[in-house]
Design a protein around this ligand. Structure first.
Ligand code: CP
Length: 310
């Protein structure tokens, strides 16, 4: 019912969402009224461009309606999340929430009478990883057997990529000299290990040689990037991570497509020339957030009894 991460989804269910996303991209008119009269509450404790826009436009294009709710302007900021969610879920058909803490999202999911979608917390970013898998399948025609190399800090996006890739047959190598501790999920890593599709290394040059896709993300969580209190940690991370920047030198021996979930910090995790190079699929990947949002909304059991393939 909820989409907190990919743990509750079978491989088949996740593949169906990815395939629906591709189908919806090419045939949007097929589901123009699928969510007629439905409302999605989108609640944000953090800033967003893509997650907000993609879910709001998705609801409009599916015939429904989305409400943008800034956490700070509501009584979620004052009261118990459980109580406020009990109310909210009685007036809308689905909730998408970007919260700082996964524990709060879990409380929200427990209280909600309607599906709750994780719009990114400190541990997972499933709607982003869905768009990433849509992008990979579009480019290669398949997911099974392709190789993604993630270079950056081990964070929420990295977790969802590991889960998403290993559930859909993608080999994923993570090159993560820094582990963002709040994102740690040993169960997720153990499940990935059992598939034999996930490996880690610090030899970035070797890892990218046979990659189909190279993916990077911010080295510092978005809410801390410009925070003066985080300046010392930021300086430490930049020094440590700079040898792992995606740039021309690293790409010399690779023909891989380049991915980034955005927002981009040019000159940090990736150089400007690579963002705009012919191998970059970054902007297409960001466009695919819309089809990811639509496919997720249409596949969440209770929001609608719509079978896209009909
Ligand atoms: N990638 C992503 O989630 O973008 P936003 O933070 O802008 O929503």
């Amino acid at each position: 019912m909820h989409l907190i991460n990919f743990k509750e989804l079978s491989s088949q269910q996740l593949i169906k969402i990815i395939d629906d996303g591709i189908e919806i991209k090419h045939n949007p008119e097929k589901c123009r009224t699928a969510l007629d009269g439905k409302s999605l509450a989108m609640i944000f404790q953090k800033t967003s461009t893509r997650t907000r826009v993609s879910f709001e436009v998705a609801m409009t294009q599916l015939g429904g309606h989305a409400l943008y709710i800034d956490w700070r302007t509501t009584n979620f900021a004052l009261a118990d999340i459980y109580d406020e969610t009990q109310y909210l879920s009685r007036n809308v058909d689905c909730i998408m929430a970007r919260l700082l803490k996964n524990a709060d999202l879990q409380t929200m999911a427990k209280a909600s009478l309607v599906p709750v979608i994780n719009g990114c917390d400190e541990k997972y970013h499933p709607s982003q990883a869905t768009a990433d898998l849509i992008t990979m399948k579009e480019k290669k025609g398949t997911l099974k057997g392709i190789k993604l190399v993630y270079v950056g800090t081990h964070n929420n996006v990295c977790n969802s990529l590991i889960e998403g890739c290993t559930k859909t047959g993608v080999k994923i190598t993570t090159v993560t000299p820094v582990f963002n501790e709040p994102s740690r999920d040993e169960e997720l890593l153990e499940n990935a290990r059992k598939t034999g599709l996930h490996e880690t290394t610090l030899d970035v040059k070797e890892a990218v040689k046979d990659a189909d896709f190279i993916y990077t993300d911010t080295w510092i969580d978005m809410e801390f990037f410009q925070d003066p209190k985080y300046a010392e940690e930021k300086e430490k991370r930049v020094k440590l991570m700079m040898p792992y920047q995606i740039n021309k030198e690293l790409m010399k021996k690779s023909n891989a497509y380049i991915m980034h979930d955005m927002p981009i910090h040019r000159g940090y995790e990736i150089s400007s020339d690579i963002i705009e190079s012919s191998k970059s699929v970054i902007y297409e990947q960001s466009e695919n957030r819309l089809y990811s949002a639509k496919a997720i909304l249409l596949n969440l059991g209770k929001i609608v009894s719509h079978n896209f393939s009909n």
